[in-house]
Design a protein around this ligand. Structure first.
Ligand code: CUA
Length: 322
């Protein structure tokens, strides 16, 4: 079933811990390399010592160490040095952890809520009012700190954008925070990193890092209500939407204001649908509306068996919502 829909590989951004694009991710990448290097050196010493012991056994060399030397070998090689190495790992990890979690004053604040199985993304102004709501696509300004308030209802998810920051869990009943400052414009793929049910795999999102002026323009457009339909088809499509979809979705500027599903006010401006599962094209949208469970089994959205002319009108309306 899935094979007939265009997947999102064509626009997939980078998703790699080893290509850091923020100061926070660079610290994490540095720590990974440092631990790998230290581990490799210790591995080489241990294996080298074992091979040396085997080789000595085979050659029948039965010279033994003095009791004192044996004791020191066990004491330092087996206790003092490993304990020192492990404690320094702990100290360095704690230091990196403190650096990557230290927040910034005056940062742009974005609320991210984990849903089954998608992400609700709401932008706050400095007074704490919601100014725009979108889904599965997070635009941020390059070079500026961004703070995330992470929430969930029901089950635990984990917010992870490997190029930009480490994982932070979204835990029901509490608000966790994360933040990063992305270096420069780019597209990065994020992924839920905590098993949360049947469609955990298809709970992705994209972080679009833009020059600050471009970001400001995007946020301004996102905070506006939806466009009025400009064609008879789109006008009809809005009627279909209000009758069939308004129970779960919001389109600001219309009576539809439910929050069970994603806010669709500017759906056409997004690159993907179904939480990064499909590119946002007319064909994919038609397939998704007609049979969400065929694409994401277990998805909470019911299938919408609309007559063809209603479906076409609905698609025409949804595609006009840029
Ligand atoms: Cu949400 Cu895994």
């Amino acid at each position: 079933m899935l094979a007939v829909f265009a997947p999102v590989h064509s626009l997939a951004g980078s998703q790699s811990v080893l290509e850091p694009a923020s100061a926070q991710a660079r610290e994490i990448a540095w720590l990974s390399w440092a631990l790998l290097a230290a581990g490799a050196i210790i591995f080489a010493i241990v294996i080298g010592t074992a091979i040396f012991g085997l080789w000595r056994g085979r050659t029948g060399d039965d010279r033994t160490l003095s009791a004192r030397a044996s004791r020191n070998l066990v004491l330092f090689g087996g206790v003092v040095i490993p304990a020192g190495i492990l404690l320094s790992f702990v100290a360095v990890s704690a230091l990196v952890g403190r650096n990557v979690s230290a927040g910034a004053v005056g940062a742009l604040t974005i609320e991210v809520a984990g849903k089954l199985w998608w992400w609700e993304v709401r932008y706050l102004d400095h007074a704490g009012n919601h100014v725009a709501t979108t889904a599965n696509e997070i635009h941020v300004p390059a070079g500026e700190p961004v703070r995330f308030l992470l929430r969930s209802e029901g089950v635990i998810h984990s917010f992870w954008v490997p190029n930009l920051q480490g994982k932070t869990d979204l835990i029901p009943g509490r608000t966790n925070t994360s933040w990063f400052r992305a270096d420069e414009p780019g597209i990065y793929r994020g992924q839920c990193a905590e098993f949360c049910g049947l469609q955990h795999t298809h709970m992705a999102f994209f972080v679009i890092v833009e020059p600050p002026a471009q970001f400001a323009g995007w946020l301004k457009r996102q905070s506006r209500p939806a466009k009025e339909p400009q064609t008879p088809g789109a006008t009809r499509g809005r009627r279909v939407f209000l009758a069939a979809c308004a129970e779960c979705h919001t389109i600001r500027g219309t009576p539809a204001s439910a929050r069970k599903g994603p806010d669709l006010t500017h759906l056409a401006s997004r690159r993907t649908i179904a939480a990064g599962t499909l590119t946002n094209s007319r064909g994919n949208l038609a397939g998704w509306v007609a049979d969400p469970a065929g694409i994401k089994p277990g998805a909470l959205m019911p299938s919408m068996p609309l007559p063809p002319h209603d479906l076409h009108a609905l698609l025409e309306y949804l595609e006009s919502l840029d």
